[in-house]
Design a protein around this ligand. Structure first.
Ligand SMILES: NC(=O)c1ccc[n+]([C@@H]2O[C@H](COP(=O)([O-])OP(=O)(O)OC[C@H]3O[C@@H](n4cnc5c(N)ncnc54)[C@H](O)[C@@H]3O)[C@@H](O)[C@H]2O)c1
Length: 439
């Protein structure tokens, strides 16, 4: 194929367009956002992704990528538009619908349509196919249709687009084969051909597996606190078993994939997806659980410094961050200061922020936090107490620096200066956190 259209030039569409273009396939990029379109046509990019800027600049200047705001006739259409989640936890398919409608207007016999967006099971067959058939062409006979989900990791997209294995679900074998032949322009990983529902569920279940496994770790964290042990040790030793891989607990699950995709499965068969929904709710409860620990440690009215607020470490992405939920929960009851070197509005001096603070909560394990001088921090705080939700700091180092160290998921040495609700002070009475945490 000499020319293709990529619809939606975001985190997935633009790198995909860049890969095709740099491997000899001319790309018409379709992007409804005019500003993005202009940026790309001027050789620039609007997202942060290593190596992408150079490839796009070069391919635009060679005439291999051109961006337009409306779908034009082409031989192949790759749809990579957003599929956000709605309030009721179902998928918002409006972008897929409008992209499909635009393609249907220009579709001609022999064309190939590939849906790359992450979608609920049966979406390709039940939503996109009927829209495309409004062209009066018959899917599988006059045109080919496939779902090929994307599994790349932001920050490593260019490498993973080339070397990751792909699952390609066609509405018939010919659709899957045509899609494989197209991706073969640059993909070096294995390409597995299957049907559309398998491909849809495969993508969703990859993230669901991880979300459920994290929920299991979070449940273990709470069980460990009640039973008086350390979940991180339990996980470390359990994972020495050759067939066990328990994930890590934490203050919750965020981002636009892990916290979203399981709902696409759960809402497709709510009565059957009990584990998936339970896992989602377990992970969503973690910010409340951490807030409860904060209350037990220092109590309302205290000054709390939260380290990190992105949804994962070493990125600037705030989407669905459980730490933002935690900050909201602490709300007006606490004097909260957030320090995050990746987020402009929170990129503040940690030592200034911690002045006279009662508690530090490590929310996100950004590598940069390793450079914090803990002794200096302990000196300027009102009461040097640290709650680590990620097992990021070494207990010994933190304690040597003068802190009282608390670890989410660990009841070892967790005698706390419990909050005395009657006297409204953090009393020095030693209380076992197991008896305090009833949630
Ligand atoms: N970002 C990731 O890491 C990642 C990973 C795997 C899968 N996905 C999935 O890929 C899909 C795309 O995600 P993304 O992160 O690239 O989204 P994005 O928001 O970065 O980009 C999507 C782009 O599509 C454009 N758009 C929306 N409707 C359009 C239309 N009708 N015609 C033309 N352009 C249109 C938007 O303006 C936007 O620029 C989603 O389904 C997402 O779940 C994303």
């Amino acid at each position: 194929m000499q020319r293709i259209s990529v619809i939606g030039l975001g985190y997935i569409g633009l790198p995909t367009a860049a890969m095709f273009a740099s491997h000899g396939v001319k790309v018409t990029g379709v992007e409804i956002n005019e500003d993005i379109c202009n940026t790309i046509n001027n050789g620039g990019i609007h997202i942060q992704e290593p190596f992408l800027a150079d490839i796009v600049r070069k391919q635009v200047s060679r005439g291999m990528i051109k961006c337009v705001t409306e779908v034009k006739p082409s031989e192949a259409f790759l749809i990579a538009v957003p599929t956000p989640i709605k309030q009721d936890k179902t998928a918002d398919l409006s972008y897929v619908v409008s992209a499909g409608q635009a393609v249907a207007k220009v579709l001609k016999p022999g064309d190939l349509v590939i849906l790359e967006s992450t979608v609920p099971p049966r979406c390709t067959l039940d939503v996109l196919l009927p829209i495309l058939e409004k062209s009066r062409l018959k899917a599988g006979k006059d045109f080919s249709l496939a779902h090929c989900p994307e599994r790349v990791l932001p920050g490593n997209i260019i490498h993973e687009l080339k070397y990751n294995d792909r699952v390609i679900g066609g509405i018939n074998p010919e659709s899957a084969e045509k899609s494989r032949d197209l991706y073969a322009a640059f993909v070096k990983g294995e390409m597995y051909l299957t049907d559309t529902i398998t491909a849809e569920l495969c993508k969703l279940m990859e993230n669901t597996y991880r979300d459920v496994n994290i929920a299991l770790a979070n449940e273990l964290a709470r069980i460990s606190e009640r039973l008086g042990t350390n979940a991180w040790d339990v996980i470390k030793y359990a994972n020495k078993h050759p067939r066990v891989n328990i994930h890590q607990p934490g203050p919750g699950v965020g981002g636009h994939c892990l916290a979203v995709d399981p709902w696409f499965v759960a809402t497709a068969a709510p009565d059957l997806a009990s584990i998936i929904q339970l896992a989602r709710n377990t992970n969503d409860f973690m910010p409340s659980y951490v807030a409860k620990r904060v209350e037990v440690l220092v109590g309302p009215g205290s000054k709390v410094v939260v380290l990190g607020c992105t949804y994962k470490p070493d990125v600037d992405d705030l989407r669905g961050s459980p730490i933002l939920d935690l900050i909201k929960l602490l709300g007006d009851d606490y004097n909260v200061t957030v320090v995050d070197p990746f987020v402009e509005s929170y990129n503040v001096d940690v030592y200034k922020a911690a002045k006279k603070a009662d508690l530090i909560v490590l929310g996100v394990h950004h590598d940069k936090f390793k450079k914090i001088n803990l002794s200096k921090l302990a000196e300027i705080m009102n009461s040097p107490v640290l709650l680590d939700t990620r097992n990021f700091f070494s207990r010994d180092k933190v304690e040597q620096a003068g802190f009282e160290y608390h670890l989410l998921g660990s009841a070892k040495r967790v005698k706390v200066r419990a909050w005395d609700t009657k006297r409204k002070v953090a009393a020095s009475v030693e209380k076992d956190v197991r008896n305090v945490l009833k949630c």
